[in-house]
Ligand binder design. Structure first.
Ligand code: TUI
Length: 311
Protein backbone atom coordinates (compact mmCIF):
# COMPACT_ATOMS: atom_id res chain seq x y z
CA UNK A 1 0.00 0.00 0.00
CA UNK A 2 2.78 2.41 0.90
CA UNK A 3 4.49 1.76 -2.43
CA UNK A 4 1.54 2.04 -4.75
CA UNK A 5 1.82 3.84 -8.08
CA UNK A 6 -0.09 6.79 -6.67
CA UNK A 7 2.00 7.31 -3.52
CA UNK A 8 5.06 7.57 -5.76
CA UNK A 9 3.36 9.86 -8.27
CA UNK A 10 2.14 12.30 -5.61
CA UNK A 11 4.84 11.84 -2.98
CA UNK A 12 2.37 10.92 -0.23
CA UNK A 13 2.63 8.24 2.49
CA UNK A 14 -0.70 6.45 2.05
CA UNK A 15 -2.81 6.16 -1.13
CA UNK A 16 -5.85 7.58 0.62
CA UNK A 17 -7.55 10.69 -0.81
CA UNK A 18 -10.06 12.69 1.17
CA UNK A 19 -12.99 13.19 -1.20
CA UNK A 20 -13.73 16.86 -1.81
CA UNK A 21 -17.15 17.90 -0.58
CA UNK A 22 -18.67 21.20 -1.72
CA UNK A 23 -19.03 23.77 1.12
CA UNK A 24 -17.36 21.25 3.46
CA UNK A 25 -13.77 20.46 2.48
CA UNK A 26 -11.74 23.43 3.63
CA UNK A 27 -8.09 24.02 4.57
CA UNK A 28 -8.54 22.58 8.09
CA UNK A 29 -9.81 19.22 6.81
CA UNK A 30 -7.43 18.97 3.84
CA UNK A 31 -4.35 19.89 5.89
CA UNK A 32 -5.29 17.39 8.65
CA UNK A 33 -5.61 14.56 6.11
CA UNK A 34 -2.35 15.48 4.38
CA UNK A 35 -0.54 15.76 7.72
CA UNK A 36 -1.80 12.24 8.57
CA UNK A 37 -0.21 10.89 5.37
CA UNK A 38 -3.16 10.93 2.96
CA UNK A 39 -4.05 13.47 0.28
CA UNK A 40 -6.28 16.23 1.60
CA UNK A 41 -8.42 17.92 -1.05
CA UNK A 42 -9.97 21.38 -0.78
CA UNK A 43 -13.30 21.92 -2.52
CA UNK A 44 -12.84 24.40 -5.34
CA UNK A 45 -16.57 25.16 -5.44
CA UNK A 46 -17.59 28.73 -4.69
CA UNK A 47 -16.06 32.19 -4.88
CA UNK A 48 -12.51 32.41 -6.25
CA UNK A 49 -11.21 34.59 -3.42
CA UNK A 50 -12.59 32.24 -0.77
CA UNK A 51 -10.90 29.26 -2.44
CA UNK A 52 -7.64 31.21 -2.83
CA UNK A 53 -7.68 31.93 0.89
CA UNK A 54 -8.27 28.25 1.68
CA UNK A 55 -5.35 27.18 -0.54
CA UNK A 56 -3.03 29.68 1.17
CA UNK A 57 -4.23 28.59 4.63
CA UNK A 58 -3.64 24.91 3.81
CA UNK A 59 -0.08 25.79 2.73
CA UNK A 60 0.48 27.43 6.12
CA UNK A 61 -0.86 24.36 7.94
CA UNK A 62 1.04 21.65 6.06
CA UNK A 63 4.15 21.23 3.95
CA UNK A 64 2.76 18.01 2.53
CA UNK A 65 0.99 17.77 -0.85
CA UNK A 66 -2.72 18.52 -1.03
CA UNK A 67 -5.17 18.94 -3.88
CA UNK A 68 -8.05 21.12 -5.06
CA UNK A 69 -11.20 19.67 -6.60
CA UNK A 70 -12.77 21.51 -9.50
CA UNK A 71 -16.50 21.08 -10.01
CA UNK A 72 -16.89 21.46 -13.75
CA UNK A 73 -20.52 22.57 -13.56
CA UNK A 74 -19.52 25.71 -11.59
CA UNK A 75 -20.53 29.06 -13.13
CA UNK A 76 -17.06 30.53 -12.50
CA UNK A 77 -15.17 27.50 -13.82
CA UNK A 78 -12.68 29.45 -16.01
CA UNK A 79 -11.62 31.60 -13.06
CA UNK A 80 -11.16 28.57 -10.79
CA UNK A 81 -9.20 26.75 -13.50
CA UNK A 82 -6.78 29.71 -13.63
CA UNK A 83 -6.65 30.06 -9.85
CA UNK A 84 -5.05 26.63 -9.31
CA UNK A 85 -2.27 27.64 -11.74
CA UNK A 86 -1.73 31.02 -10.04
CA UNK A 87 -1.57 29.40 -6.59
CA UNK A 88 0.73 26.58 -7.78
CA UNK A 89 -1.54 23.82 -6.55
CA UNK A 90 0.16 20.41 -6.88
CA UNK A 91 -2.85 18.19 -7.58
CA UNK A 92 -6.23 18.87 -9.20
CA UNK A 93 -9.13 16.45 -9.17
CA UNK A 94 -12.20 17.23 -11.26
CA UNK A 95 -15.83 16.17 -11.08
CA UNK A 96 -19.21 16.50 -12.77
CA UNK A 97 -17.95 16.88 -16.33
CA UNK A 98 -15.02 16.78 -18.72
CA UNK A 99 -11.90 18.82 -17.82
CA UNK A 100 -10.59 18.44 -21.42
CA UNK A 101 -10.45 22.19 -22.06
CA UNK A 102 -8.09 22.78 -19.10
CA UNK A 103 -5.80 19.74 -18.97
CA UNK A 104 -3.03 21.17 -21.20
CA UNK A 105 -2.90 24.41 -19.20
CA UNK A 106 -2.72 22.53 -15.88
CA UNK A 107 -0.01 20.18 -17.20
CA UNK A 108 2.02 23.20 -18.36
CA UNK A 109 1.88 24.41 -14.73
CA UNK A 110 3.14 21.02 -13.48
CA UNK A 111 -0.18 20.19 -11.88
CA UNK A 112 -1.07 16.49 -11.54
CA UNK A 113 -4.54 16.08 -13.04
CA UNK A 114 -6.84 13.35 -11.72
CA UNK A 115 -10.41 13.43 -13.07
CA UNK A 116 -13.32 11.60 -11.43
CA UNK A 117 -14.93 9.42 -14.11
CA UNK A 118 -18.21 7.47 -14.24
CA UNK A 119 -17.53 5.11 -17.20
CA UNK A 120 -14.84 3.23 -19.16
CA UNK A 121 -15.30 5.46 -22.22
CA UNK A 122 -14.67 8.64 -20.22
CA UNK A 123 -11.69 7.03 -18.43
CA UNK A 124 -10.10 6.22 -21.81
CA UNK A 125 -10.81 9.76 -23.04
CA UNK A 126 -9.11 11.24 -19.94
CA UNK A 127 -6.05 9.02 -20.40
CA UNK A 128 -5.77 10.17 -24.03
CA UNK A 129 -6.03 13.83 -22.96
CA UNK A 130 -3.07 13.38 -20.57
CA UNK A 131 -4.65 12.73 -17.17
CA UNK A 132 -2.10 11.40 -14.64
CA UNK A 133 -4.60 9.01 -13.03
CA UNK A 134 -8.37 8.61 -12.77
CA UNK A 135 -10.74 8.26 -9.86
CA UNK A 136 -13.44 5.67 -10.59
CA UNK A 137 -16.50 6.79 -8.66
CA UNK A 138 -19.40 4.40 -8.16
CA UNK A 139 -22.99 5.48 -7.55
CA UNK A 140 -22.64 4.52 -3.88
CA UNK A 141 -21.01 7.94 -3.40
CA UNK A 142 -22.67 10.97 -1.93
CA UNK A 143 -23.46 14.01 -4.05
CA UNK A 144 -23.47 14.10 -7.85
CA UNK A 145 -23.16 10.52 -9.15
CA UNK A 146 -22.95 8.38 -12.27
CA UNK A 147 -24.97 5.22 -12.94
CA UNK A 148 -22.60 2.32 -12.21
CA UNK A 149 -21.43 0.78 -8.96
CA UNK A 150 -17.81 0.75 -7.79
CA UNK A 151 -17.70 -3.08 -7.81
CA UNK A 152 -18.67 -3.26 -11.52
CA UNK A 153 -17.00 -0.17 -12.90
CA UNK A 154 -13.62 -0.38 -11.17
CA UNK A 155 -12.24 -3.62 -12.72
CA UNK A 156 -13.56 -2.60 -16.14
CA UNK A 157 -11.70 0.71 -16.01
CA UNK A 158 -8.57 -1.01 -14.66
CA UNK A 159 -8.60 -3.33 -17.71
CA UNK A 160 -8.95 -0.44 -20.14
CA UNK A 161 -6.40 2.19 -19.08
CA UNK A 162 -2.67 2.20 -18.28
CA UNK A 163 -2.68 5.08 -15.79
CA UNK A 164 -3.19 4.54 -12.02
CA UNK A 165 -6.80 4.01 -10.95
CA UNK A 166 -8.21 5.21 -7.63
CA UNK A 167 -11.50 3.81 -6.31
CA UNK A 168 -14.28 5.88 -4.77
CA UNK A 169 -17.83 5.19 -3.63
CA UNK A 170 -18.79 2.85 -0.81
CA UNK A 171 -15.38 2.78 0.89
CA UNK A 172 -15.03 3.71 4.57
CA UNK A 173 -12.79 1.10 6.20
CA UNK A 174 -9.76 -1.14 5.63
CA UNK A 175 -11.92 -3.87 4.10
CA UNK A 176 -13.15 -1.46 1.44
CA UNK A 177 -9.57 -0.45 0.65
CA UNK A 178 -8.45 -4.10 0.42
CA UNK A 179 -11.42 -4.91 -1.85
CA UNK A 180 -10.56 -1.95 -4.09
CA UNK A 181 -6.95 -3.13 -4.37
CA UNK A 182 -8.17 -6.64 -5.25
CA UNK A 183 -10.12 -5.09 -8.13
CA UNK A 184 -6.99 -3.35 -9.40
CA UNK A 185 -7.09 0.07 -7.76
CA UNK A 186 -3.85 1.49 -6.38
CA UNK A 187 -5.55 3.99 -4.10
CA UNK A 188 -8.91 5.06 -2.71
CA UNK A 189 -10.91 8.22 -2.21
CA UNK A 190 -13.08 8.47 0.91
CA UNK A 191 -15.60 11.25 1.58
CA UNK A 192 -18.30 10.28 4.08
CA UNK A 193 -15.94 9.03 6.81
CA UNK A 194 -13.82 12.20 6.69
CA UNK A 195 -16.99 14.27 6.82
CA UNK A 196 -17.46 13.23 10.45
CA UNK A 197 -13.82 13.81 11.39
CA UNK A 198 -13.01 16.20 14.25
CA UNK A 199 -11.20 18.58 11.89
CA UNK A 200 -14.17 18.80 9.52
CA UNK A 201 -16.03 22.09 10.03
CA UNK A 202 -19.43 20.93 8.73
CA UNK A 203 -22.31 21.72 11.14
CA UNK A 204 -22.61 19.20 14.01
CA UNK A 205 -26.21 18.38 12.97
CA UNK A 206 -24.86 17.15 9.62
CA UNK A 207 -22.27 14.93 11.33
CA UNK A 208 -24.91 13.57 13.72
CA UNK A 209 -27.25 12.73 10.84
CA UNK A 210 -24.49 10.77 9.08
CA UNK A 211 -23.47 9.01 12.30
CA UNK A 212 -27.04 7.97 13.13
CA UNK A 213 -27.97 6.88 9.60
CA UNK A 214 -28.33 3.26 8.53
CA UNK A 215 -27.74 1.38 5.27
CA UNK A 216 -31.07 2.33 3.63
CA UNK A 217 -31.14 5.99 4.61
CA UNK A 218 -29.75 7.51 1.43
CA UNK A 219 -31.57 7.98 -1.83
CA UNK A 220 -31.04 9.55 -5.22
CA UNK A 221 -32.91 12.69 -6.22
CA UNK A 222 -32.78 14.48 -9.54
CA UNK A 223 -32.87 11.44 -11.84
CA UNK A 224 -35.41 13.27 -14.00
CA UNK A 225 -33.25 16.40 -14.32
CA UNK A 226 -30.22 14.46 -15.53
CA UNK A 227 -28.25 15.49 -12.43
CA UNK A 228 -28.73 12.65 -9.95
CA UNK A 229 -27.56 13.44 -6.42
CA UNK A 230 -27.30 11.02 -3.49
CA UNK A 231 -28.50 12.50 -0.20
CA UNK A 232 -29.80 11.30 3.14
CA UNK A 233 -33.61 11.13 3.26
CA UNK A 234 -35.41 14.03 4.97
CA UNK A 235 -38.26 16.47 4.46
CA UNK A 236 -36.49 18.03 1.44
CA UNK A 237 -36.15 14.68 -0.36
CA UNK A 238 -39.85 13.89 0.32
CA UNK A 239 -40.92 17.27 -1.10
CA UNK A 240 -38.56 16.87 -4.05
CA UNK A 241 -39.95 13.44 -4.87
CA UNK A 242 -43.55 14.64 -4.61
CA UNK A 243 -42.73 17.38 -7.11
CA UNK A 244 -40.83 14.96 -9.38
CA UNK A 245 -43.85 12.57 -9.43
CA UNK A 246 -46.26 15.41 -10.17
CA UNK A 247 -44.33 16.13 -13.36
CA UNK A 248 -42.75 19.41 -12.22
CA UNK A 249 -40.41 21.13 -14.68
CA UNK A 250 -36.62 20.90 -14.36
CA UNK A 251 -36.58 24.61 -13.43
CA UNK A 252 -39.04 24.04 -10.53
CA UNK A 253 -37.00 21.08 -9.28
CA UNK A 254 -33.75 23.01 -9.50
CA UNK A 255 -35.30 25.90 -7.57
CA UNK A 256 -35.97 23.79 -4.47
CA UNK A 257 -32.46 22.30 -4.70
CA UNK A 258 -30.75 25.72 -4.90
CA UNK A 259 -28.92 26.70 -1.74
CA UNK A 260 -30.06 23.49 -0.04
CA UNK A 261 -26.54 22.10 0.49
CA UNK A 262 -25.31 25.29 2.15
CA UNK A 263 -28.44 25.27 4.35
CA UNK A 264 -27.47 21.85 5.72
CA UNK A 265 -23.69 22.40 5.88
CA UNK A 266 -23.57 25.93 7.31
CA UNK A 267 -26.96 26.42 9.05
CA UNK A 268 -27.27 22.81 10.22
CA UNK A 269 -30.78 22.49 8.75
CA UNK A 270 -30.72 18.75 8.09
CA UNK A 271 -34.55 18.64 7.76
CA UNK A 272 -34.99 21.01 4.82
CA UNK A 273 -31.38 21.13 3.57
CA UNK A 274 -29.50 18.77 1.27
CA UNK A 275 -27.48 16.25 3.32
CA UNK A 276 -25.18 14.68 0.74
CA UNK A 277 -23.57 11.43 1.93
CA UNK A 278 -22.67 8.03 0.53
CA UNK A 279 -24.44 4.68 0.98
CA UNK A 280 -21.64 3.69 3.36
CA UNK A 281 -22.90 6.25 5.93
CA UNK A 282 -24.44 3.34 7.87
CA UNK A 283 -20.91 2.10 8.60
CA UNK A 284 -19.67 5.48 9.80
CA UNK A 285 -20.57 5.73 13.45
CA UNK A 286 -18.10 7.91 15.32
CA UNK A 287 -16.25 11.19 15.18
CA UNK A 288 -12.44 10.76 15.16
CA UNK A 289 -9.44 12.82 14.19
CA UNK A 290 -8.17 12.43 10.63
CA UNK A 291 -5.05 10.81 12.01
CA UNK A 292 -7.11 8.22 13.90
CA UNK A 293 -9.20 7.55 10.79
CA UNK A 294 -6.16 7.08 8.55
CA UNK A 295 -4.39 4.84 11.07
CA UNK A 296 -7.52 2.69 11.42
CA UNK A 297 -7.90 2.47 7.65
CA UNK A 298 -4.29 1.37 7.21
CA UNK A 299 -4.39 -1.17 10.08
CA UNK A 300 -7.72 -2.55 8.81
CA UNK A 301 -6.28 -2.92 5.32
CA UNK A 302 -3.28 -4.95 6.56
CA UNK A 303 -5.51 -7.12 8.82
CA UNK A 304 -7.61 -7.93 5.78
CA UNK A 305 -4.65 -8.73 3.53
CA UNK A 306 -3.05 -10.92 6.23
CA UNK A 307 -6.28 -12.88 6.75
CA UNK A 308 -6.43 -13.58 2.99
CA UNK A 309 -2.82 -14.82 3.01
CA UNK A 310 -3.85 -17.50 5.54
CA UNK A 311 -6.49 -18.95 3.16
O1 TUI B 1 -18.63 15.78 -8.58
C1 TUI B 1 -18.97 14.86 -7.90
N1 TUI B 1 -19.85 14.98 -6.87
C2 TUI B 1 -20.39 16.15 -6.43
S1 TUI B 1 -20.04 17.69 -7.03
C3 TUI B 1 -21.07 18.38 -5.96
S2 TUI B 1 -21.24 20.09 -5.91
C4 TUI B 1 -22.83 20.46 -5.80
N2 TUI B 1 -23.73 19.68 -6.33
C5 TUI B 1 -25.01 19.99 -6.23
C6 TUI B 1 -25.42 21.14 -5.61
C7 TUI B 1 -24.49 21.96 -5.07
C8 TUI B 1 -23.17 21.61 -5.15
C9 TUI B 1 -21.65 17.45 -5.19
N3 TUI B 1 -21.25 16.21 -5.47
N4 TUI B 1 -18.51 13.63 -8.12
C10 TUI B 1 -17.63 13.34 -9.19
C11 TUI B 1 -18.38 12.84 -10.35
N5 TUI B 1 -18.10 13.18 -11.56
N6 TUI B 1 -19.41 12.00 -10.33
C12 TUI B 1 -19.76 11.79 -11.63
C13 TUI B 1 -18.93 12.56 -12.38
C14 TUI B 1 -18.88 12.74 -13.81
C15 TUI B 1 -20.04 12.73 -14.58
C16 TUI B 1 -19.97 12.93 -15.94
C17 TUI B 1 -17.66 12.96 -14.45
C18 TUI B 1 -17.59 13.16 -15.81
C19 TUI B 1 -18.76 13.14 -16.54
O2 TUI B 1 -18.79 13.33 -17.87
C20 TUI B 1 -17.65 13.70 -18.56
C21 TUI B 1 -17.96 13.97 -20.01
O3 TUI B 1 -17.07 13.80 -20.82
O4 TUI B 1 -19.11 14.37 -20.26
Amino acid sequence: MKNSKITELLNIKYPIFQGAMAWISDADLAAAVSEAGGLGIISGYGLVEVIREQIRRAKEKTNKPFGVNIMLMSDNIDEIANLVCEEKVEVVTTGAGSPGKYIDMWKEHNIKVIPVIPSVAIAKKMEKLGADAVIVEGMESGGHIGKLTTMSLLPQVVDNVNIPVIAAGGIADGRGIAASFMLGACGVQIGTRFLVSKECNVHQNYKDKVISSKDTDSEVTGMSTGHPIRVLKNNLTREYQKLEKSGASIEELETIGKGALKKAVVDGDVVNGSVMAGQIAGLVNKEQTCEEIINELVDGFYECINSIKKL
